[in-house]
Design a protein around this ligand. Sequence first.
Ligand code: SF4
Length: 361
Amino acid sequence: MTNTLLDNQKIESETPKPRLWMPEQVLFTPAALAEPWGQKIKQRVESLNLPIQELSANRITGIRGETERETYNVAKRTLAVVNAPPSAFKLSPIPPSADWQFHLAEGCPAHCQYCYLAGSLQGPPIIRVFANLPQILDNLKSFERPKEETSFEVSCYTDPLGIEHLTGSLAECIRYFGTRSDGYLRWVSKFDAVEQLLDLPHNNHTRCRISVNAESVSGRFEGGTAPVKSRLQALRKLALPRSQGGGEYPVGLVIAPIMLLDDWELHYTRLFDLISEAINFECDLTFELISHRFTPGSKEVLQTWYPSSKLDMNEETRSTKRNKFGGTKYVYDTDTMKKLRRFFESEIQRRYPFARILYWT
Ligand code: SF4
């Protein structure tokens, strides 16, 4: 028996079964129910015995509570199946992650206290999934550059794996990109239920990434997500060859948001040790490194969602950066950035000489 097989058996017996998010209510709009993909989602939701409400109009109402916190609580427990609006068919670029972004859903069931969605999505943080997925996928062809790799990111407004048991939409995207010659899919998650993805015909056109952080960040600030160790075991399964029960996907690690904790070198060295335990074989592996940042808008929303959070969002200790639309974001100062970057890049080069670092930001 090979070492990897022995490792797999040991890891399987030690890894807890993924915990799946179950919404307290599932709303369907009439337009979503008219879509074959909407009906498939309905069958999945029915098989899980979740309470379904068929709405009489295509607008979602009645989610607001008396306080912002109450609205947050109701919204984060609600799944709404709707059609993506016409604006979803006009894609935007998303550097440095990919050429284009598209969306199979908006909103996420987890409760990360730094969540970047706070600055990008408006209104109650309900989880909306799109019933017109086949049309969304069909539209992507027109954005591919012929005879040139064109990448599409599907995790900008949701965690696609966190809702996959309810939708099957991520698997459908992977199947679709497996048939393309120039289009490549990228997704990232903080969840771990990857079993249903392992046998898909991905044709190396999907890069599966898992987002990880030091235990002291994850344990304090990433409510409702899978433990980092379980995420890493999920990544291991995705990367392992098919002959060893894996999915043989190109994979990646997104270390984000990197925070200047007390003893940060120690905490992040422990994270690298965990990564080395899980990914102890050569594979097609990339790293993306994202330092913590926030905007005035995201800070305001996050403070209403998580009023007792201990997350450091003190503008006075940060540098200001302007984005291309004139907005402000708060980042670590240049010296801190250089120090952090040097550490992460040298650890990765030393431990995973076969991996590629895609960017630091
Ligand atoms: Fe936000 Fe990602 Fe956390 Fe979901 S998993 S709450 S999208 S940061």
